[in-house]
Each structure stands twice: as C-alpha cells, then as structure tokens.
Design a binder for this molecule. Structure first.
Ligand SMILES: N[C@@H](CCC(=O)N[C@@H](CS)C(=O)NCC(=O)O)C(=O)O
Length: 219
C-alpha cells in the first residue's frame, strides 16, 4: 500500500494528481510545511515538516515523501515516475526510449521551468503586479522562461503530448511546473501550443479532483 505524505498545497499535488489518474487507493498523510504554522513545535501543532515523526520518514523534512512497502522515496518527480512505471499503465513508459524521455522532461521541468515559474507565483501573490519592484522580478523570471518555453512550443507544435502521443506522467510533471507560471498575465499567450496543452491537461477529471482537494485546504 502506498502512503503519501504532504498537503495538497505543496508539490504533493503531483503524485496526488497521478494517483487520481490511476485510481489507486493510497493512505494520505497531510503533513504541512512547518513555516506555514505559527509554532510548528507546539504540542498541539499538526503533523508538519519539522515533526519528529515525519523526520523519521525523511530527515530532509520536505514534502512530498512516499512509502511503498520498504521503499521510501522523496522528490516529487522520483515519486511520480516510480508510480507511473510500477502501476500507471499507459501513464508510464512502454519502452526504454520512453523512460529516457520521461526522465528528460522531468529534469527539464525541475531545472529550467520550476524555479522561474515559482518566482512568478510568489511575486504575483505578494502583489508584485502592482509595484515596480514586483514587476521587474516578474519580468526577469518571464525572460528566464522564454527559452525553455520556446523549446516546449516547438515540441507541442508537432505532437499533442510530451511523450508517446498520449497523456503520461511526463505531462503531469511538466504541467505542474508550468502551473506556477500561469499567474503571469500574458506570458503563456506567447506560446499558444503550450497554453492549449496546459489547458487540456488541467481539464482532465483527475486534475480537477486534485484541485478540489487543494481548494478545500486552508490557504
Ligand atoms: N525538489 C523537491 C522539493 C520539495 C519541497 O521544496 N517541498 C516543500 C513544499 S512544496 C517543503 O517541504 N517545504 C517545507 C520545508 O522545506 O520545510 C521535490 O520536488 O519534492
């Protein structure tokens, strides 16, 4: 049985979305980020990334983490790739080449997209669209994204999905990185194939189920 640690409002959204696609049962332990609590060490604090019980699962103290029998995995993309490979059917790779491509796109998402996209999310959430400082952080982050987005635009102009002409874990991993950049008011319009692909990914029932769970959590 799979146990997944991490609230929806975290990168745990990635394996949660994947598990909803698979329809696999799992135990969800909603560990929350310690920094979101007034006193993470208080006796009555909910289970959080600084709780000794959670640090016993992963000394890194970050979510998501997952156990599958004796296997303990951290890193959201390692978790999604493992689940897709072992129980994901068509969501996982069918050949060694597909395995390599799914790994490539996960690494691309983590190294080229996630950080600048998050910079946009945080700056917009801080009201950055209304201040010159915020606008310049957002413009700089958008500029960092234009090159990888041009790469994605070229790819998605020739195929409907990231790998194998079907929806796979590669789409989930990249769509979840791209989601952070969606709060930029105009960037995605520059890359229409990426925009259409992202909207198609997010129209899937499993994404909506994950999103409902996320919205049900306190911000
Ligand atoms: N590269 C890791 C990043 C994990 C990470 O930064 N998790 C955040 C939540 S999304 C976290 O646990 N923050 C709380 C903390 O660092 O104490 C992954 O993709 O799983």
């Amino acid at each position: 049985m799979i146990t997944l640690y991490g609230v929806y409002r975290s990168r745990a959204s990635r394996p949660i979305w994947l598990l909803a696609e698979i329809g696999a049962p799992f135990t969800h332990v909603p560990v929350i980020q310690a920094y979101r609590l007034p006193d993470a060490k208080a006796k009555d604090a909910p289970l959080n990334t600084a709780s000794p019980e959670f640090l016993a699962v992963t000394p890194m103290g970050q979510i998501p983490a997952m156990t599958d029998g004796d296997l303990i995995l951290t890193e959201s993309f390692a978790i999604t790739l493992h689940l897709a490979r072992t129980m994901g059917g068509d969501l996982g790779p069918k050949t060694h080449a597909e395995t390599a491509l799914m790994e490539q796109w996960a690494l691309f998402g983590a190294s080229a997209i996630e950080v600048p996209a998050l910079e946009i999310t945080y700056a917009v959430a801080d009201g950055g669209l209304k201040t010159p400082e915020g606008q310049s952080i957002i413009a700089l982050a958008a500029e960092k994204l234009r090159r990888p987005l041009a790469r994605l635009q070229a790819h998605l102009s020739t195929t409907s999905h990231m790998v194998g002409d079907r929806f796979t874990v590669a789409d989930i991993n990249l769509a979840e990185c791209m989601r952070y950049g969606q709060s930029h008011p105009t960037l995605l319009a520059e890359f229409p194939a990426v925009k259409a692909w992202l909207e198609a990914c997010q129209s899937r029932p499993a994404f909506k189920k994950m999103w409902e769970g996320r919205l049900a959590e306190p911000a």
